[in-house]
Write a protein of this length. Structure first.
Length: 231
């Protein structure tokens, strides 16, 4: 009898939870396509105002879940995670009536925004470091929450009442670009780079093994109140 009830529970779980996650994934894919469209539009608009070929302005579509925005000395990488995530009970979003009335609203797809030096990609410097400057959570009803650095971590925190739109997508892109450009390359302490091997120096002009990042000790702390859910 117990086996039968467990089987029924499993069937119901597959019907409800798996379908929910597929709906969320489909909606996140939709919004990621909106991001790609707005990234291309951003480059077109900026290109009309900046007539200097030395300034990088380029959009690269890397498929369904990744897109690159080359802007100045930086490259912003927008990456959509393949899994669905759920806010824990400790997260503020879970304490709202929006989630309490329907716990399914706590499940979200995620889009990460990374900042790298453009040269790191253009010269294939595989040891260079990039930084997570923002991550966007989107549920099946397009309610969203943005975490990140600078304005990216302050403006869009009201998961219960915020619904994503093309205008908001555009605003996130511009704010991410501004943050990346204002986050300048800092010279590392002398003692951290005062030794170099022959092989590292020989490859410096192309595939450098000398690690480069915008700063040392910069770390984006992940939110421990969010756990991954497999699709």
């Amino acid at each position: 009898m117990k086996d039968h009830s467990e089987k029924d529970y499993l069937v119901n779980l597959l019907k409800s939870r798996s379908v929910l996650k597929q709906d969320i994934y489909k909606n996140t894919i939709h919004w990621f396509s909106v991001f790609k469209k707005e990234l291309q539009h951003c480059i077109t608009l900026l290109g009309k105002e900046i007539n200097d070929s030395r300034v990088r302005l380029r959009f690269v579509d890397r498929g369904e879940t990744e897109a690159h925005l080359y802007i100045g000395s930086d490259i912003l990488i927008f990456h959509m995670h393949s899994n669905v995530f759920k806010f824990s009970e400790l997260d503020f979003a879970s304490k709202t009536s929006y989630v309490k009335d329907n716990p399914d609203n706590a499940f979200c797809g995620v889009i990460h925004i990374y900042d790298f030096l453009a040269d790191s990609y253009e010269y294939s410097r595989l040891n260079d470091t990039g930084y997570l400057i923002g991550r966007l959570f989107i549920n099946r009803e397009s309610h969203f929450q943005l975490e990140g650095k600078g304005d990216l971590g302050m403006l869009y925190r009201n998961f219960m009442n915020q619904v994503l739109s093309e205008e908001i997508v555009k605003d996130i892109i511009y704010r991410a670009a501004v943050y990346a450009l204002e986050f300048d390359l800092l010279n590392p302490p002398y003692d951290t780079v005062n030794q170099v091997s022959v092989s590292e120096l020989q490859t410096l002009s192309s595939h450098s093994l000398l690690k480069t990042g915008k700063t040392l000790g910069f770390k984006f702390k992940s939110n421990p109140d969010i756990k991954a859910e497999k699709n």
